[in-house]
Design a binder for this molecule. Structure first.
Ligand code: URA
Length: 259
C-alpha cells in the first residue's frame, strides 16, 4: 500500500523532517531508499517565519483596535498584558483544579496558529500545550510541512486549564475562555489557523458538522483562512485517519504558500 499521495517536493520534506526528528522507520512501498534520498536532496526549504520578518523580535506586529472584552472590560491590546490576565484567571470552575494555566507555546509572530482542545496532565504540569504523545505527533506532522513551534507556529487551546480527568470541556467553560482565544488570534494575527479536533474545529468554523465532514475545506475565521483536522490524540487511537490528516496538513501548507 502506498501511504500518501505524494508530490516529490512533499515527500522530500517529509523524509528530511523524519530524519531531523529521528522519527524512526518510514517506509514507501513505491520508492527505493536511494530514490527517496534523491528527492530529499532536491526538496525545497521555504524558510520559517513570516515573509519579510527575519530577525524581528518575537511579538505581535498587528495593531489591534477593537479587543474582545471580558465581563465588559477591555482585554489588554498587548500580548504580555493578555497573558498576565489569563494566567490568574478564575472565570470558571476549572481554575480550582488546575496546577497552572496553559496559555501557549511557539512564537507570537507565527505564520501558523494551531488551536487544540484543552490541556492534559502533562500540560497542566509543565504549563505548555501539547507536550505529551499527541504533542510529539503534532510536531512531526508540522515538521512534515516544514513548520515548527520553534520558528513558525504558535500553539494554544480552546480551554486554558485542564478539565478534571481530561473530560470534555463544557459549553460554559468554552464560553468563559473564548475571549482569550479570540484575543490571541487577533494579536498573533496568523496567516492560517489550524484547528485540531472537534472542539476547536466547531468553535472556529462556526459549524456543527462532525469533524469527518468538517475537515478537507478551507474556512474563514474573521478573514483568516482556517483548516480543520483530526486531533493528534484521536489519530494515535485511530490510524485510519492518518491519510486524511496528511492531506489536511498538505492543505495547510498550500494555503500558507498562497497567502
Ligand atoms: N490535547 C490538546 O488539545 N491540547 C493540549 O495541549 C494537549 C493535548
Amino acid at each position: 500500500m502506498r501511504p500518501f499521495p505524494l508530490e516529490p517536493e512533499a515527500l522530500a520534506r517529509f523524509v528530511r523532517q523524519c530524519r531531523e526528528l529521528e522519527a524512526g522507520e518510514w517506509i514507501f512501498e513505491s520508492l527505493t531508499s536511494a530514490e527517496a534520498a534523491g528527492l530529499v536532496a532536491a526538496g525545497s526549504d521555504r524558510g520559517a517565519g513570516r515573509p519579510g520578518a527575519p530577525g524581528e523580535p518575537p511579538g505581535p506586529r498587528t495593531a489591534v483596535e477593537s479587543r474582545p472584552d471580558l465581563d465588559g472590560n477591555r482585554l489588554p491590546d498587548d500580548y504580555g498584558g493578555l497573558k498576565e490576565i489569563a494566567l490568574t484567571c478564575t472565570r470558571c470552575r476549572l481554575a480550582e483544579g488546575r496546577t497552572q494555566v496553559v496559555f501557549s507555546d511557539g512564537i507570537p509572530d507565527a505564520r501558523v496558529m494551531v488551536v487544540g482542545e484543552a490541556p492534559g496532565a502533562n500540560e497542566d504540569r509543565t504549563g505548555l500545550p501539547f507536550v505529551g504523545a499527541a504533542g510529539k505527533l503534532l510536531d512531526l506532522l508540522l515538521a512534515s510541512v516544514d513548520l515548527s513551534r520553534r520558528s513558525s507556529v504558535y500553539i494554544c487551546n480552546v480551554i486554558k486549564c485542564r478539565p478534571p480527568g481530561n473530560r470534555n470541556p463544557r459549553p460554559d467553560e468554552i464560553e468563559a475562555c473564548a475571549p482569550f482565544l479570540r484575543s490571541q488570534i487577533e494579536l498573533v494575527s496568523p496567516e492560517v489557523i489550524l484547528a485540531v479536533g472537534t472542539f476547536a474545529g466547531k468553535l472556529l468554523s462556526g459549524s456543527d458538522r462532525p469533524l469527518g465532514k468538517l475537515r478537507g475545506e478551507v474556512y474563514s475565521y474573521e478573514g483568516t483562512p482556517l483548516v480543520v483536522t483530526y486531533h493528534p490524540a484521536a489519530l494515535l487511537r485511530n490510524s485510519g485517519w492518518t491519510r486524511a490528516t496528511w492531506e489536511d496538513f498538505q492543505l495547510l501548507r498550500k494555503v500558507l504558500d498562497q497567502s
